[in-house]
Design a protein around this ligand. Structure first.
Ligand SMILES: [Zn+2]
Length: 299
């Protein structure tokens, strides 16, 4: 039976408004809705008095003003970035300059052959330079809060989630989202790493997941279970298509995504490629040279 992910999409918000979503967490949503951002970027403010800001978001003056209004009379002591997509990190440098707070995150190592991400998703913030390198993890604290970086590569190679142990919750960025599956686009996106990162979060015993886009996930275990099951199901379908004799990615896309909108075909092809790279790596599928969108595949 097909895996059904129990998506959550009910979301009460208004652009620029600061909502108190838990005792220690506030959220301001940026006005950048889109096919990869749902209703827009949710910037989280953690703590009171001396606060951390997670994913200040896209380069929108209105959003920067909304964040600054939300923290009037408070001090920002840390700016945390889940990854360097242009809907997450661009405001970090300006907010850092205005507040003096350092930026924590993982700078991306360029990979040969990487497409400009704008071809399939949100686009990269190539100017992103964290002050503190958290590629291997890290911890920062303030009064009543601790945030611990958990490397979760997959959606991007530099993706981090942030655990907030005082509330036993995890800020998941684009790694796990309630409203949608995550986009994994090779070569920076990596399905093998992505599945390992899902397992890593599953072992964390979190009560709530706070994604950058949309509402929180509160039924954590069944959600991650379905998220993993969905990817493994897709992988089995891709393998089945190769077993059935299909050799190109467009053929596999037409078989797996019946009636798909033409505008989504590239994203579907990239997703199939991410599975094929994993299958080739595991020796279950073969192809000549490095697996690419234009490669021919066989058992
Ligand atoms: Zn992203």
């Amino acid at each position: 039976m097909a895996v059904v992910i129990p998506f959550v999409r009910d979301f009460d918000f208004a652009y620029g408004r600061c909502d108190v979503v838990s005792p220690g967490i506030r959220r301001v949503v940026a006005n950048n809705p889109g096919p990869f951002t749902f209703t827009g970027t949710g910037t989280y403010i953690v703590g009171h008095g001396e606060v951390a800001v997670i994913d200040p978001g896209p380069a929108l003056d209105t959003h920067l003003a909304a964040i600054l209004t939300a923290i009037t009379h408070e001090r920002v002591t840390a700016i945390l970035i889940t990854h360097d997509h242009s809907d997450h990190s661009p405001l970090a440098a300006r907010l850092s300059k205005l507040t003096g707070a350092p930026v924590y995150g993982c700078a991306r190592k360029p990979k040969p052959g990487a497409l400009p991400a704008s071809e399939g998703e949100e686009g990269d913030d190539t100017a992103f330079r964290p002050d503190v390198d958290w590629c291997g993890g890290g911890t920062v604290s303030g009064p009543g809060w601790t945030l611990e970086a958990i490397p979760t590569p997959g959606h991007t190679s530099n993706h981090l989630c942030f655990a907030f142990p005082q509330e036993q919750v995890l800020f998941t960025g684009d790694h796990i989202m309630g409203w949608s599956t995550s986009v994994v686009i090779p070569p920076d996106g990596d399905m093998t790493a992505y599945l390992a990162s899902l397992e890593r979060v599953r072992g964390g015993d979190f009560k709530t997941l706070w994604p950058t886009h949309g509402p929180p996930v509160t039924k954590v275990d069944p959600f991650i279970e379905a998220y993993i099951g969905h990817r493994l199901e897709r992988e089995a379908q891709v393998l089945g298509a190769v077993q059935a004799g299909l050799v190109t990615i467009p053929q596999i896309v037409d078989r797996l995504y019946v009636g798909i909108d033409n505008r989504l075909k590239l994203a579907a092809a990239q997703s199939v490629l991410s599975h094929l790279i994993k299958l080739v790596r595991e020796g279950r599928v073969a192809c000549d040279g490095t697996p690419q969108l234009s490669s021919r595949y066989r058992l």
